[in-house]
Design a protein. Sequence first.
Lengths: 354, 288, 355
Amino acid sequence: MTLELRNVVKSVGAQTHIHETNLRLAKGGFNILLGTTLAGKTTLMQLMAGLEQPSGGEVWFDGKNVTAVAVQKRNVSMVYQQFINYPNLSVFENIASPLRVAGMGRAEIKERVHRIAELVRIAPMLARRPGELSGGQQQRTALARALVKDADLVLLDEPLANLDFKLREELRDELPKLFVNRHSVVVFATTDPMDALLLGGHTATLREGRITQFGPTAQVYHRPADLVTAQVFSNPPINTASVSKRAGHVVLSDTVQWLATPELRELPDGTYLVGIRPHHISPVANGTGSTRLDGKVQITELSGSESTIHFQHGPLHWVSQSHGIHAVEVGTTIQLFIDVDRCMYFSAEGKLVA
Amino acid sequence: MDGKTQNQMGWLFVLPVVTLVAFNAVIPLMAVVNYSVQETFGNNMFFFEGVKWFEQVLHSDRFHASLGRQLFFSGIILAIEVPLGVAIALAMPRRGPWVSVCLVLMALPLLIPWNVVGAMWNIFALPDIGMLGRLLNDLGFNYNYTQQPISAWATLIAMDVWHWTSLVVLLAYAGLSAIPDAYYQAAKIDGASPWAVFRYIQLPKMRRVLTIAVLLRFMDSFNIHTEPFVLTGGGPGNATTLLSIDLVKIALGQFDLGPAAAMSIIYFLIILLLSWVFYAVMTRGEEQ
Amino acid sequence: MAKISLENVKHSYLKRPRTPEDWALKKLDLEWSDGGAYALLGPSGCGKTTLLNIISGLVRPTEGKVLFDDVDLTERPTDRRHIAQVFQFPVVYDTMTVRENLAFPLRNRGLKASEIEQKVEAIAHMLDLDEMLPRRASGLTADGKQKISLGRGLVRSDVNVIMFDEPLTVIDPHLKWQLRSKLKELHQRTRRTMIYVTHDQTEALTFAEKVVVMHEGRVVQVGSPVELFERPRHTFVGHFIGSPGMNILPCEVSGGGVHFAGRRVEVENPPRGSLAGRHTELGVRPEFVLLAEQGIPVNIVKVSDAGRYRIVEARCEESRIKLLLEEGVSLPASNAAVRFDPAHTRLYADGQLLE
């Protein structure tokens, strides 16, 4: 079961919402669309579902061209951010609705609904109306309705965004279990890189209607193809700066430089962009290639398990994230350490080089 | 939405309505346009006259007078009903048991058939036996709407205000209900006076709704026929002969189909133009 | 600026509450001192918004008193309590410019034009809204509008407390941390009392010096972010704070020692008296569950790569144990075993920390 987008473009008037896109999504595992709010995730999902027609290109499913097929004829389910349920039907009826439309028998409907309700842990609420349920329970109902149909394509558009922090964590934990052993292609849109990392599968990073990279999630995270991908896949934002490489050294500023990694040494001397993830800068030296950096503290954020320090080094405004509690005074200059072995280097155009 | 997937079923559903509208509106409209450019001497003989009727109507004093009266009428109606409607909507409770009661009371005048409204006021305002007429005369006013133009106008306006303000009230109320509580809370915290709350929160948020209310009231008041006709018949003399009444007189009374048809078309174009002006003015701030 | 106290406050939205569930807020006593940054943290429905509204005066408590600087303000309406509030979605006066928005509360209080001008400029500068001042407020993005809401509270010098009701709800996720940092910076600069209501622990723990954790209308624990993280006094707090939350594992207490999965475990707070009849549990954060050569045998069920670290889900008998692995540390292929760091493993009885 595969979903393919071939040269799909979507423009409305003079504006291109989705630039030419080629994508191949398989079943088994989540296919995550990661990007900021207006990056085009929802539009892309609508194109996949058939709710919108592409201005150019084709949509193929399982080897068949489905571009012109109406969404009602395709076997698609969708779960939205806003817990969409039929307000005057009970939870049971809500979950049963797609089965009734398909004309299934009463006994079979009952069996299926109960099975899915157990899976989604909403069985005790079957007799109630969505209005009486909490946010998390409403979203589970919507999920159940999407699952019971056993659709070929399941689209989840930021389904966890409106949930409480802890609930989001729980549901994020449970979601993979719900979709295991299914034949559907599952697509999950989110703005949170953490969602992508914890759900695993494959990730496509989007910015301004373009997919910058698509691949196994860990790979896209650890080896981004370009700076844009690294930026999309980072929260807090990745630290970037212009550095020059000369004679085996990487120079960031007058006071900070380090030895180039073997990989980088292969490349010609010149100016590059370095990308350093916040958790690779720490107020504590940790051995492996720690290069010292002085920074003037601007803001500190302590959250028990993590300390986030916003500091300034010359013209750079960077962020450091470290484990534990590091209470530093705002306005003081402190020492920070960069784990230079984990820096990423990009060419001037933004492509990953080392 | 462009390029929706094929759905021919939709056309089947729409077909009966399209047929109906075609018969009842489009075809008669075409007939009117036809009449407006032709002259007839009866016996179904028609001669093409071009724009003669249009010129005649546009230059006729009678038309100018009716138009003037009509504009005056609509102007007063808008000036009274819109602020009054908004004021009543502001006074209505937003929560609690009385909400439904108020809404029903407001809806009542709108439910009465228009000629019944006209008839009601006709009797109600009679100077000798009508409750209102008698009361006013007893209070010392020299009131007789069948004989005095001013009384006739006053009664006409009072009737329309009574009949139609509720529409503005209901629309404004709907607009007000859509304002989230947080705005009022924030205004309280900012120490805003009730007038400031009205000016900076309620009025701006009601803008869309008020646009609709103004457009509807303008068009309906400009079109008005039944109520004034039943109330005064256009009298005394032609003091309350509004455009629609005049038009009917010419078309059906004098059977001058040509001028009447031309007048109809001009009438329609005036409404279209003024509505467009209203709409443009009221929504100009929207695109930012 | 004021000290705010709540005495014996209870609240129900029903006219005649009967069962404990009918009470949105069960009895609580709280005190907030001047100039602090506080957070009310809890899941949806825990009563935090109700509490906020009681402090601001939008809701009158069924029972109890609200005091500002020891003056009973329970009966006083909102506009006379000298508070400012930033709501869940941005509230701005659409027809006014940003400047006029910020000036509005001061104009209503009759300040002189020159004073108003000065204050507005100062606050706009603090909020990075200088260029936006002449623009119409309706044209700004959500985070800009929230800043205006906040600005209207900051311009006033008579404000006792500024309250935030989940203010980042409508903000773009990738802009949230910016506004969060900005709020913290503003507090550090102006030292006004600020109370922040949220269900997001990151927001609460980052912003506040003291966090009030609430659950089902009760205050479960009050403490600094560090205290709440290191020493949760209730298993709910342990679970709720920290991502992933604390591991809560069933254990037995016998012979003066604590036992889990048949093995003896060292805890930071060993039991002294008898714990017969009480439901005992072990609490240990995933950060403090360590891989060991010898220890409690576990089966590794799942490994998730969270970038900075990896979350390992392990199973021991019926219990799920989560542990964190830093980058570069490897997992044994088979026969994995874990141990708990004694300094950070605690014993809980009936959900409460044993002290």
